[in-house]
Design a protein around this ligand. Structure first.
Ligand code: BES
Ligand code: MN
Ligand code: ZN
Length: 505
């Protein structure tokens, strides 16, 4: 897809579709509104009068221009109430609009969204460009590797944006470039998650990580089972025991600021299939557990974007990958295992495997000298009970680190909500015979899972994002299509970019 910045009038540029936003409180009209309306014999204003719901958010109405201007269609794009518009809504609106344009078999479009700048000081032109491009690339994503007759939509070839001066042009180009990098990284994360589990094995994830390392010059280290033994990763090895697929521990290092000793760990849960193990899950919907590596995939996506954006900060990705399967060798409920940290763990459910592999990943990251940690994991069904499919759950041991994440997530639109780590909940994961047990029962399941990982994070500033409810979308919704959402990538990248400017947590 080409992105073209032009100083030509939108009425004469060689593009198929002009996207004209219409607000419910119609006070903010595009500067070209009257001209477009006049050329179309007053049709636009009369339609708005007769069918006021065409301004409700996401409502689309194509008007054919019948040779009155170069673009063949003016697509009225309902934009809702101007005062309720956000950058994330611009991202969603762009996705909805571009899907429609592709459905109508057109190839090029020009969104007339720059008038949004007047609505809110946050809507700088470069932010609008970024939201439009991200929305377009994310919203027209399709996964059709396994269809013998792919229903490939027509693809968009060109998006046009207007600009006024050379200085602005440079800023807008940079912003467009960044948006393309980030949105493609999210789509690659979606691919990793959408692939079936017999393909997306721990070895395949490791292979993909090595490909990223080669492309973006990361140091890479992939630990195999013997190296995990040497590193005493007993908790990770315990989960891997039931599977015939060899586990892999992926470690990628990006040194954007070699003079600094600061090092941020991005840790992602990489369970490539979670059957539950001996504590086996019900068969209904078990297929969805191919998504259990979505945290690991988000970290790989973030690294892909970081490798291209090259922020001035140091990042290490740590992704423990294994299947969780039942077998004669598998971990059993009742077993007591050790961990790299040395803490002993009584296994109550083999289905609480995520926290086990994360325990060793977090401890290993600390051993490697990280100064702050953020982990992303499809960790608990309880998080879906608490926050549904709208927001990811966050747990932390550090206020300042949380404030940074909160602010980054507000700017990306990936909704996050913090849950507490009150001392009192610790009671639930105390074991009679070991240091900890791996489940705390039904009440506050997301919190007790968080507390378990917090034990291993100890004093290192740590954030945990539970994406069990947000990693997957069961329907088309804004810039998400059905299937993997790639959640986490955009916020991790935003957070790392912000760290490149501010230090000191
Ligand atoms: N991967 C699951 C969590 C999950 C559930 C993610 C549904 C996405 C959708 C995790 O490994 C798990 O099985 N958690 C258990 C923990 C329980 C045994 C304490 C759960 O949530 O039921
Ligand atoms: Mn599980
Ligand atoms: Zn799991």
């Amino acid at each position: 897809m080409q992105i073209t910045f032009t100083q030509d009038s939108c009425l004469t540029i060689p593009c198929d579709v002009l996207i004209l936003p219409i607000f419910e409180d119609e006070t903010i009209l595009h500067p070209f509104f009257s001209e477009i309306d006049e050329l179309l014999n007053g049709h636009v204003s009369s339609i708005i009068k007769r069918a006021p719901d065409c301004s409700s958010f996401g409502h689309l109405l194509p008007l054919y221009t019948l040779g009155k201007m170069t673009p063949q269609v003016v697509l009225l794009a309902g934009s809702g109430k101007a005062k309720e518009l956000t950058l994330d809504k611009i991202r969603s609106l762009s996705a909805i609009v571009m899907r429609k344009i592709v459905d109508l078999h057109y190839h090029s479009a020009m969104p007339l969204f720059f008038s949004f700048e007047k609505i809110n000081s946050e809507f700088r032109l470069e932010k609008i460009v970024q939201a439009v491009i991200e929305g377009t690339i994310l919203g027209t994503y399709e996964f059709n590797y396994y269809k013998t007759e792919p229903q490939k939509l027509v693809s968009l070839t060109t998006i046009y944006f207007a600009y006024s001066d050379a200085l602005q042009h440079e800023t807008l180009l940079q912003s467009a470039n960044k948006a393309v990098i980030i949105a493609n990284a999210v789509n690659n994360t979606r691919n990793l998650v959408n692939h079936p589990p017999q393909y997306m094995t721990p070895s395949r994830m490791a292979q993909y990580a090595e490909h990223l390392a080669a492309q973006y010059h990361f140091d890479s280290q992939i630990l195999d089972q013997d190296q995990m033994k040497a590193e005493q990763m007993h908790a990770l090895l315990a989960v891997a025991r039931g599977s015939s697929e060899p586990p892999k521990m992926i470690i990628l290092t990006y040194k954007g600021d070699p003079d600094s000793s600061e090092l941020t760990a991005l840790i992602g849960k990489g369970i490539t299939f979670d059957s539950g193990g001996i504590s086996i899950k019900p068969s209904e919907n078990m297929c969805e557990m191919k998504d259990d590596m979505a945290g690991g995939a988000a970290v790989l996506g973030a690294m892909e974007a970081i490798g291209q954006l090259r922020p001035k900060t140091n990042v290490i990705a740590v992704i423990p990958c294994t299947e969780n399967m039942p077998s004669g060798n598998a971990l059993k409920p009742g077993d007591v295992i050790s961990s790299q940290k040395g803490s002993t763990i009584e296994i109550i459910s083999t289905d609480a495997e995520g926290r086990l592999i994360l325990a060793d990943a977090v401890n290993h990251a600390i051993k490697l000298g990280v100064t702050r940690i953020i982990d992303v994991a499809t960790l608990t069904g309880a998080c879906i009970t608490a926050l549904g499919n709208v927001a990811s759950g966050v747990l932390t041991n550090n206020e300042a680190w949380w404030e940074m994440l909160k602010s980054a997530s507000l700017s990306t639109g990936e909704k996050m909500w913090r849950l507490p780590l009150f001392e009192e909940y610790k009671e639930q994961i105390k074991s009679d015979i070991a240091d900890l047990k791996n489940t705390g029962g039904r009440p506050a399941g997301t919190i007790t899972a968080g507390l378990f990982i917090a034990h291993f994070a100890a004093n290192t500033p740590w954030l945990h994002i539970d994406i069990a409810g947000t990693a997957n979308s069961d329907k088309e919704n804004g810039y998400n299509v059905k299937g993997a959402s790639g959640v986490g990538v955009r916020t991790l990248v935003e957070l790392i970019q912000r760290l490149a400017h501010v230090h000191g947590i």
